[in-house]
Design a protein around this ligand. Sequence first.
Ligand SMILES: Cc1ncc(C[n+]2csc(CCOP(=O)(O)OP(=O)(O)O)c2C)c(N)n1
Length: 272
Amino acid sequence: MTKVADLKTFATKIRIETIKEIAGIGVGHIGGALSICDLLAVLYGGVMNIDPKNPCDENRDWLIVSKGHSGPALYATLALKGYFPMDTLKTLNKPDTILPSHCDRHAPGVDMTTGSLGQGASLAMGIALGNKLSGRNNYTYLLLGDGECNEGQVWEAAMFANNKKLDNVIAFVDDNKQQLDGFTKDISNMGDIAAKFSAFGWNSQSIDGHDVEAILNAIKSAKENEGVPSVIVLNTIKAKGYKKWEGSPGNHNFNITMEDALQFEKDILANE
Ligand SMILES: Cc1ncc(C[n+]2csc(CCOP(=O)(O)OP(=O)(O)O)c2C)c(N)n1
């Protein structure tokens, strides 16, 4: 499914299912889930070497969603790919669920439990090093937030990856310019994130994170670099697709009813 039109349709489906899933419990991290749907569509729509019937295949590509509060978007993607039934999405964050709000390995297809920001970066480097030492030719994809990049652990991991020549790592930064309680520039300004990774020896690119074709091309270009890890900074809009919340304060975690979700579905399909 690497046709651009199919990827766009897949991204829209992920957005709709994410919103319905969160509406099932009435509250959730909507902003940072909606900003990554185009990336998820590209990765799971053809880039990643994966098999929903064999989620633990040791030769698979890995994705570590280090901004683990975006779990509902990953879960929606995995359900759409057939890793588990769509109905499981209705159990989000409810007692005995395999889908707690933050990414959890109890869910088939989730490669790493995350939520403590920064930790996923170190885990990704360990996995990538292990795969390299085992002679596997797979990729480890890592998704970070721009607010998450305030964490020192991200930069320890960045240094490590360069030292170990982890060219099997492709990281993404969901640079939606916002974090939990404000704009990143006002909390701890990251400046030019791509330039910072370059200073740590990474091959860096910066693109429109809602343009599926640009994401596809950037991944292709990243794979052409040997001997260094790659990062793709995705310029995104928090709550992308939910017009009244796009880029606005308070869009990190908010209440939503099923009625709101059905309206969201109508609106997003009308804007296709
Ligand atoms: C170590 C740690 N500190 C604080 C938090 C609380 N927290 C959850 S989400 C978040 C903001 C993250 O911002 P960003 O990475 O930009 O995510 P996005 O805006 O894309 O949702 C914070 C501070 C956490 N989960 N982990």
